[in-house]
Ligand binder design. Structure first.
Ligand SMILES: [Zn+2]
Length: 88
């Protein structure tokens, strides 16, 4: 789990995510399932707690507080959904 403070945190993870081009499944608002390189799925949760944006993923990297590419994938979808909700 890590706290998202700025977009620059995500840059490397996004670059990797774009190379891999995986599938992201919408489960519920803020909860996504991202397909890993070995065909396994990681559940990523994006939640706002107070003023902090917390992102968690099931992989080992995220458990250590690293920004993993799974969460970058999920976040890009999450941001698009949040924007849609705001315009409706
Ligand atoms: Zn991950």
């Amino acid at each position: 789990m890590y706290i998202l403070k700025s977009k620059s945190q995500l840059e490397k993870a996004i670059t990797k995510a774009m190379k891999i081009r995986t599938k992201v499944k919408f489960i519920s608002f803020g909860v996504y399932s991202v397909k890993g390189t070995k065909g396994n799925f990681y559940t990523v949760k994006c939640e706002r707690i107070g003023n902090e944006k917390q992102v968690s993923c099931e992989c080992l990297g995220a458990a250590k507080g690293l920004v993993c590419w799974h969460s970058a994938c999920a976040l890009s979808l999450h941001v698009a959904i949040v924007r849609q909700r705001q315009t409706v």
